[in-house]
Design a protein around this ligand. Structure first.
Ligand code: NAI
Length: 288
């Protein structure tokens, strides 16, 4: 398959990342299918997409015609049978079994050359691919949050990934207006491996009562970071951030430097998942 053969992209999982990846693909001109098992999540994703495109129109960044065309290219569905595409990008919860099972399900109903890409932040592509039919077409395509804005995409080659598939995903990333960076298959790849300490150490400071989460955020922002770690965890999703740390802790054979925080675990258990749930380290209940 060449870049010109890619007409349709399906995104699985319409949460924080899936919504923005699907919007990005539709804006770039691809027929795009956004699938989720959860109808409420799908409705929220549709509303978020409408609002985001409307903001772009109001800022004069896109025309009303482009807005309409983009929406026309997008299908929101809870029917897995509609997930038929040249490229499938999964952005479901950070769990190996869920990713393997959903990719296998779509592998079954798609052509053998359909690329199966994972937006995983931390799970080894080789391990995901091991239980999927046609592991040579399984590849990592790791966008950053929000995918419509962030420039970087990590393209990850698993042990079985065909070099042509890796090259094709690099080309696709460029077509989507992104800068692809090639990474080999190590837990957390490049960015999350480095960034993990930003979160883990900040959580330790909080647990040791060295400073409040607001104080840590303010200090790090003042020192040049665009967002503090707690603001960022709320944007990412406290649950997703916790799953990524947990997966990396296991992948590095319980190396204490990646040990997940019990404080963060408690936030996850309480349903305080950040912006998407209305409350995380900060309260968003009063905000639209
Ligand atoms: P999320 O929790 O916001 O969304 C996950 C979605 O997957 C939910 O809507 C859920 O209903 C859906 N889902 C779960 N099982 C499913 C299934 N079997 N079939 C269809 N849909 C299913 O998660 P988020 O944050 O969007 O993360 C998704 C993936 O993207 C994870 O692998 C995460 O590591 C990765 N990622 C997350 C980033 C972030 O900033 N949140 C950044 C880059 C990657």
């Amino acid at each position: 398959m060449t870049l010109q053969d890619i007409k349709t992209i399906a995104v699985i999982g319409a949460g924080t990342m899936g919504q923005s990846i699907a919007q990005l693909c539709a804006q770039a001109g691809f027929t795009t299918i956004l699938y989720d098992i959860n109808a409420t999540v799908l409705a929220n994703a549709q509303a978020a997409t409408l609002a985001s495109l409307q903001r772009l129109v109001e800022k004069g960044k896109i025309s009303v015609h482009t807005q309409e065309e983009t929406l026309h290219r997008l299908t929101f569905t809870a029917d897995i049978l509609q997930v038929i595409a040249n490229v499938v990008i999964e952005a479901v919860v950070e769990r190996l079994d869920v990713k393997q099972s959903i990719l296998n399900e779509v592998a079954d109903q798609n052509r053998p050359e359909t690329v199966l890409a994972s937006n995983t932040s931390s799970l080894p592509i080789t391990r995901i691919a091991a239980k999927v039919q046609g592991p040579e077409r399984v590849v990592g395509l790791h966008f950053f949050n929000p995918a419509t804005i962030m420039q970087l995409v990590e393209v990850i080659s698993g042990a079985a990934t065909a070099p042509e598939v890796v090259a094709l995903m690099q080309e696709l990333a460029v077509t989507l207006g992104k800068t692809p960076v090639l990474a080999q298959d190590a837990p957390g790849f490049i960015v999350n491996r480095v960034a993990r300490h930003f979160y883990v150490e900040s959580l330790k400071l909080l647990e040791e009562n060295v400073a409040s989460h607001e104080g840590i955020d303010r200090l790090l922002q003042a020192s040049g970071f665009k967002m503090g770690p707690f603001q960022l965890m709320d944007l990412i999703g406290v649950d997703t951030n916790f799953s990524v740390t947990s997966a990396m802790y296991e992948a590095f054979h319980q190396d204490p430097k990646f040990r997940p925080s019990r404080w963060q675990q408690q936030k996850v258990d309480a349903g305080h998942h950040g912006r998407k749930s209305g409350k995380g380290f900060y309260d968003y209940s009063g905000k639209a």
